[in-house]
Design a protein around this ligand. Sequence first.
Ligand code: FAD
Length: 320
Amino acid sequence: MSVLIFIDTAEGHVKKASLEAMTYGSKLAEQLGVTAEGVVLGSVTEDLASLGKYGVKKIHHVNNPALDHLDAQVFTQVIAQVAESTNATIIVFSNNVDGKAIAPRLSVRLKAGLVSGAVALPDTASGFTVKKNVFSGKAFANITVNTERKIIALNPNAYKTVAGEGSAEVVSFNASVETAKVKVVSIVKASGEVPLTEAEVVVSAGRGLKGPENWGIIEELAHTLHAATACSRPVADAHWRPHNEHVGQTGIAIAPNLYIAIGISGAIQHLAGVNRSKVIVVINKDPEAPFFKAADYGIVGDAFEIIPKFTAAVKKLKGL
Ligand SMILES: Cc1cc2nc3c(=O)[nH]c(=O)nc-3n(C[C@H](O)[C@H](O)[C@H](O)COP(=O)(O)OP(=O)(O)OC[C@H]3O[C@@H](n4cnc5c(N)ncnc54)[C@H](O)[C@@H]3O)c2cc1C
């Protein structure tokens, strides 16, 4: 018996969300008295053994270049082989883009109950009950899973990464890999220094910025804070910013440690994508803007006056 953790990579590097999944899966394995193992698909540039510091004892590496790009059907089929051969009773994913594409498919294939959007370790005192976010983060539900095999997709930034000591045994797994039905023709990388879904700090702006020509102050603040940039939907719809920056109900859902919302009213559809942020700072000239109700800190004032001063203060603090 083992807990198997899917270790997600991008361009050969392990994603931050996978470090959380490994910490979570290892803690769960410890709770159940079984071992934590990982599975990595495709080429990697990182030293996989060093991931042992997140608690995984063994990593199964399917080192096949056909797995360098996500094809959810192929990945599902390969992870199923690893899960069966390692007798994994629980499989842990991050509930990120890749996890959302693979976990439900694997759930069907292995007839395993799935809890997606988990935010805490399962309660295993009697049964197996997992707490998860529902209604776009507005409430929690406790889901009891009765199937023998179980799958958990952990919400990004819901479980703190803990790095300890130790190294993992890395073994090569010889899986049969189907020919992908989807062919990657080209890859267009999102602009920005920090990927939005991995960012600890996000600087986001809305229609209050008046036009795309004013985004320089947002980018400068983001650069100073080593943050990713995001925007509200109308901003992306108006092509002021690329669509991959659009956060909210119909955009990306994020959960950074710090979300700075500038000139954004705080409509419910926007909040649905950002309300899992640990700390929310709102800058808006309207004291009645609904976003202030969701804010930990608020500044009432004109963004065009506040942001340059804010950036200058951060630079001074950082000695830049
Ligand atoms: C089905 C559906 C799905 C949707 N999905 C999303 C989604 O995923 N994400 C999303 O963001 N929206 C979404 N929306 C749209 C959402 O309802 C709002 O219309 C949108 O979020 C508003 O964007 P905004 O806050 O940038 O603009 P506005 O509502 O126009 O707000 C601009 C804010 O800027 C402030 N402001 C103006 N000038 C300044 C200044 N100089 N300094 C400081 N503050 C200033 C104003 O006081 C105001 O609060 C969706 C809507 C629908 C119907």
